[in-house]
Design a protein around this ligand. Structure first.
Ligand SMILES: C[S@@+](CC[C@H](N)C(=O)[O-])C[C@H]1O[C@@H](n2cnc3c(N)ncnc32)[C@H](O)[C@@H]1O
Ligand SMILES: Nc1nc2[nH]cc(C(=O)O)c2c(=O)[nH]1
Ligand code: SF4
Ligand SMILES: [Mg+2]
Length: 193
């Protein structure tokens, strides 16, 4: 759908330069999704893999975030193989609702109530990132934290439109439950893509 070189705004890799590849197609249906224009599966141009890799390597950074839409609606083996052959680190942002494909250096799973994550994707996560839209989401976050591996980093991220109300609750929650960390959508504060 779109590609851009920016700073990873969220989660464990916040602050690091990364090339973003946003793939079209998502049927998860989050009411608060901040990229609803990504939802149609076939409305976006297709790019040949060598062109995509050339666009990535035209920049000095070698971290690539594959996001969407829901990127795991696509078979991602060829894309990650081509990126890794070009010396790139492959990072994914996924809801976990579809089976894992591709070879990943970093897997961020952000599960959704609207379409449940698959247990195998949660088990493979390096990072669990829960979007907090209301108070009940803390208990829901703990249910998912029980399904990831022992090394998985745990993040609570305020839903953007509810950030002023939810961020203070997240701060209190993390102080009381320090195995969690705060994740902010820092690119929105920086006003970058
Ligand atoms: C747009 S999604 C695309 C990747 C994948 N479909 C997913 O949901 O993980 C990228 C990240 O943005 C988060 N996100 C989307 N809309 C948001 C919002 N309004 N506020 C906070 N985070 C949001 C998602 O939870 C996910 O972690
Ligand atoms: N800067 C920046 N960081 C991000 N981290 C995850 C994003 C996403 O939409 O997947 C995102 C995004 O859209 N921009
Ligand atoms: S799963 Fe991701 S892309 Fe799909 S609707 Fe939810 S936040 Fe948006
Ligand atoms: Mg985004």
């Amino acid at each position: 759908m779109e590609q851009f070189y920016t700073i990873q705004g969220e989660g464990y890799n916040t602050g690091r330069a990364a090339y973003f590849i946003r793939l079209g197609g998502c049927d998860v249906g989050c009411v608060w999704c901040d990229v609803k224009e990504s939802w149609p599966l076939d409305a976006h141009p297709r790019h040949a893999l060598p062109d995509l890799v050339a666009a990535v390597t035209a920049h000095p950074g070698r971290n690539v975030v594959v996001t969407g839409g829901e990127p795991l609606m696509h078979e991602l083996g060829p894309l990650t193989a081509a990126l890794q052959a070009a010396g790139c680190q492959t990072w994914i942002e996924t809801s976990g609702a579809y089976p894992l494909s591709g070879n990943w250096n970093w897997i961020c799973v952000s599960p959704k109530k609207f379409k449940a994550p698959l247990p195998a994707v949660l088990a493979a996560a390096h990072e669990l990132k829960i979007v907090v839209f209301n108070k009940s989401d803390f208990a829901w976050a703990e249910e998912h934290a029980a399904l990831v591996g022992p090394e998985c980093r745990l993040y609570l991220q305020p839903e953007w439109s509810k950030a002023s109300a939810m961020t203070p609750l997240i701060v209190d929650y993390v102080k009381a439950h320090p195995h969690w960390q705060v994740s902010l959508q820092t690119h929105k504060y920086l006003d970058i893509p």
